[in-house]
Design a protein around this ligand. Structure first.
Ligand code: NAP
Length: 538
């Protein structure tokens, strides 16, 4: 049996997933002389951007910094066309990266990893694919993404629907024709908010089934001029420095002022300017928006007023107004004409908290109050986030213990990178790391660099096995909870950060909320102190 594309047998490293994480991991690890094979379930590279092809799919981070920083030539040669990159443009970028760094020769597409078992004697991982192949490696690196396990709600009758239904994260590559169709969309998270205005323009009628009203800030997307692209390139060193030293991996710093400090007029002027500038930077307007309820209220109220100004029907505006959580305590969406879409004749809003969805019928969707005839249903219902992609693989550590068993009450990791009982396993952007609270490529590069340095150090010292200790893990879980507890984030009870969107999932705040720069410092200290909290042996 061939164990790798180039037939070299056992690999130093197997990487699972060919998105931003896996591609860079392959490049970086191979660059230090390791044999690496990357296994990818999809038929192409791109990860999240390979699967999420729904109408309006676009990144909420801006192009110039939602990109790799590890290679200066790459960042200088690539030209982003718009302020925010559209899905096809990110796919083109990642395919360019795969070609430019000759990555494809070590990537196996259409290969889903179904299980991974650690063999303690020789300290090897045995990985099994959906084709029944068994591969062996010294180190297993998961690059499976945080938002790659689609969450399709178990609505009775879905299998009886005579029309077609789709989940946004599993969108057909050939696209979906909505012309002349009655379309229903369930979900008003970042995805639904991007898709609604685009589908509304194509469909005969669009019914939006909203469970939790959401805040959104205008993206203010537009073409990137030649001049602004050049200015960014001239400033890249500084941009990247700020990203690395920031809380969220973005190239802007959060204001140091409290939202409660300025006069009402001054505060409104600051919010107005941020609203006009658009994008995720809105939440950087003041220091305490995510830590002080009264400060957060000022931003939440400002956006509520905006919703009422934009949406002409006051009843619809009222239903669209979020009341059960503060701005940005759930992942804040940004939009292009989302609230404006509700002024269209062909868009209806249904509040399914008031009148819950009861079933899908052959001809549509029925709530407790009415039946809505539909030809197409779009589920923008999110993901089994962070733990779903890892627990989708049957991972077994020392003594045959499964990760599913270990995480039955929620994820436990050390730094979001290592797991006690699972030696030689590294989880890129795992639970307990900044990951989804950070601009992802920034979080990913930091993790990949740390892992690569760590493996180099093990090899230099002739060490074969590395495992997080239970004590270090327990302390990290406690520190995570403490960091989250200093913010308002765990108070958003319907947040996917807490696993609240998936029925039966343990409620644990999963990403590390202590900030990216602080996290990086901790990781660097751990490494400098001979990988404090890990046991490393021959
Ligand atoms: P999401 O934020 O989890 O939103 C899912 C939506 O579906 C929510 O409105 C949720 O309501 C609703 N929902 C879920 N189950 C439902 C049910 N059974 N009945 C009715 N409604 C239901 O998922 P998402 O919008 O796909 O976004 C996930 C994350 O992906 C984002 O937060 C972001 O991190 C990332 N993302 C990024 C971009 C970007 O950068 N461009 C774009 C899209 C997504 P509740 O709120 O009540 O649970």
């Amino acid at each position: 049996m061939t164990l790798s594309p180039n037939g070299t047998g056992e690999q130093d490293v197997l990487v699972v997933g060919a998105g931003f994480s896996g591609l860079y991991a392959l490049h970086r690890l191979r660059g230090q002389g390791l044999s690496v094979t990357l296994l990818e379930a999809g038929d192409g590279v791109g990860g999240t951007w390979y699967w999420n092809r729904y109408p309006g799919a676009r990144c909420d981070s801006e192009s110039y910094y939602y990109s790799y920083s590890f290679d200066e030539e790459l960042q200088n040669e690539w030209e982003w066309s718009e302020r925010y990159p559209q899905q096809p443009e990110i796919m083109a970028y990642l395919n360019h990266v795969a070609d430019r760094f000759d990555l494809r020769r070590d990537i196996r597409l259409g290969t889903r990893v179904v299980s991974a078992e650690f063999d303690d004697g020789p300290a090897r991982w045995h990985v099994t694919t959906d084709a029944g192949e068994r591969l062996t490696c010294r180190f297993l690196v998961t690059a499976v993404g945080c938002l790659s396990t689609a969450n399709v709600p178990a609505i009775p009758g879905l299998d009886t629907f005579a029309g077609e239904w789709f989940h946004t994260g599993r969108w057909p590559h050939e696209g979906v024709d909505f012309a002349g169709r009655r379309v229903g969309i369930v979900g008003t998270g970042s995805t639904g908010i991007q898709a609604v205005p685009v589908i509304a323009e194509q469909a005969a009628h669009l019914t939006v089934f909203q469970r939790t009203a959401n805040y959104s800030i205008p993206a203010r997307n537009g073409p990137e001029s030649v001049e602004s692209r050049q200015a960014i390139k001239d400033d890249y060193a500084e941009i990247r420095r700020i990203q690395r030293e920031s809380t969220n991996g973005h190239p802007f710093l959060i204001s140091e002022r409290s939202a409660l400090e300025p006069s009402e007029d001054e505060r409104r002027a600051i919010y107005e300017a941020a609203w006009e500038r658009g994008g995720l930077r809105f939440r950087a307007s003041f220091a305490d928006l995510l830590s002080d309820r009264a400060a957060n209220d000022t931003a939440s109220d400002f956006i509520r007023t905006k919703i009422r100004e934009i949406v002409r029907d006051p009843e619809v505006a009222e239903r669209l107004t979020p009341r059960d959580h503060g701005f940005a305590t759930k992942r804040p969406p940004i939009d292009t004409d989302y609230f404006e879409a509700y002024n269209r004749e062909n868009v209806t809003l249904v509040d399914v908290r008031e009148t819950p969805i009861e079933e899908v019928t052959p001809t549509g969707l029925r709530t407790s109050a009415a039946e809505y005839p539909l030809d197409r249903i779009v589920f923008a219902t999110g993901f089994d986030a962070m733990t779903g992609p890892l627990l989708g693989i049957d991972i077994r550590g020392t003594g045959g213990r499964t990760l599913r068993d270990k995480w039955a009450d929620g994820p436990r990791t050390y730094l979001g990178l290592g797991i006690a009982g699972f030696p030689n396993l590294f989880t890129i952007t795992g639970p307990g790391s900044p990951s989804v609270l950070c601009n992802m490529p920034t979080a990913i590069e930091q993790h990949v660099d740390w892992i690569a340095d760590c493996i180099a150090d093990l090899d230099a010292r002739g060490l074969a096995r590395m495992e997080a200790t239970e004590d270090a893990e327990t302390a990290w879980v406690a520190h995570n909870n403490e960091a989250a507890g200093k913010t308002l984030l765990p108070q958003a009870s319907s947040s996917w950060y807490l696993g609240a969107n998936v029925p039966g999932k343990p409620r644990v705040f999963m990403p590390y909320a202590g900030g990216f720069a602080a996290y990086t410092r901790i990781c660097d200290e751990v490494a400098a102190e001979e990988y404090r909290g890990f046991v490393r042996t021959r």
